[in-house]
Write a protein that binds this ligand. Structure first.
Ligand SMILES: [Zn+2]
Ligand SMILES: [Zn+2]
Length: 271
């Protein structure tokens, strides 16, 4: 079994204090063979402010340093979690170009309202008692996801945490699950599969495993073949959490291999 974690954050992200060197040491201690750092590059900030750059200089310096000291046997890769790319496609393109030829992997994600609610992070929205607002948030994210995969396929290699808004529905006690969005999600998966892109199984550092059986079934039925796994760790202690369980779930869903990305090309690993 190829143990890898290709969704992790460090101090380059606004919501992490971790050094990549420490994340790499934790990855090796957890028995991982590959770690990809995917710091946040969100085009919309916490309060909906627009962000037009990513600190590549600091990110590349940290990556180079961590590579020099990486434990033997650990393949360390450089990725990015590009958020809300459809908000400003030219900026998204410029950010990707800023990595030169160093970039291995791009996770495409949506964390914010776009064109509504002052573009704030979904995390900051109180969904308590408001099912309609949850549905609206999910449909908006799916709509932007659809736009990204159709019009800007180079803005992602793997589709990150497809059900992100539902985290906050659950947090605020609103009973809403992915089943309510079966048609649009299956539709998205069809395009992801047809364009040879990947779907991410995001374990949310081991907290979210159960929801993936159904999602993976839909992806498989849509013809999907490429699956990545990530813990979304923001601290060394969370690196690799839930990954072995996720690999079992992926295998049980009928997939025989997973992928990681090197220089933005898929590399297959048998389960
Ligand atoms: Zn994310
Ligand atoms: Zn993340």
């Amino acid at each position: 079994m190829y143990l890898c974690d290709v969704h992790t954050h460090t101090k380059i992200s606004p919501d992490s204090k971790a050094a990549l060197r420490d994340m790499a040491a934790a990855a090796a201690a957890a028995g991982l063979q590959e770690l990809c750092v995917t710091d946040h590059s969100d085009l919309l900030g916490w309060h909906g402010e627009s962000i037009t750059s990513f600190p590549w200089e600091a990110a590349l310096a940290q990556y180079r340093e961590a590579k020099e000291t990486a434990p033997e046997g650990l393949d360390l890769r450089l990725g990015i979690e590009l958020g809300s790319s459809t908000f400003d496609p030219p900026v998204a393109q410029a950010i990707l170009d800023g990595a030169g030829d160093q970039l291995d992997f791009v996770l495409g994600s949506f964390h914010n309202w776009i064109g509504a609610m002052d573009n704030i992070e979904l995390y900051s929205t109180d969904f308590t008692g408001n099912l309609d607002l949850c549905v609206r948030a999910m449909l908006l994210c799916l709509e932007h996801t659809r736009r990204m995969i159709r019009d800007y396929p180079t803005f992602y290699d793997s589709l990150a945490h497809i059900a992100y808004p539902l985290r906050y529905a659950a947090r605020d006690g609103v009973p809403l699950t992915i089943q309510a969005f079966e048609d649009p999600v299956r539709d998205i998966f069809k395009t992801v599969a047809e364009t040879d892109h990947a779907l991410e199984v995001n374990t949310r550092h081991g907290l979210d495993l159960d929801s993936w059986n159904l999602i993976l079934r839909w992806f498989k039925e849509a013809g999907g073949e490429l699956v990545t796994v990530g813990s979304d760790a923001h601290t060394p202690g969370d690196v690799g959490r839930g990954i072995p369980e996720a690999l079992d779930i992926i295998q049980a869903a009928g997939f025989h291999r997973i992928v990681t990305f090197h220089r933005r090309k898929p590399v297959f690993h048998n389960l």
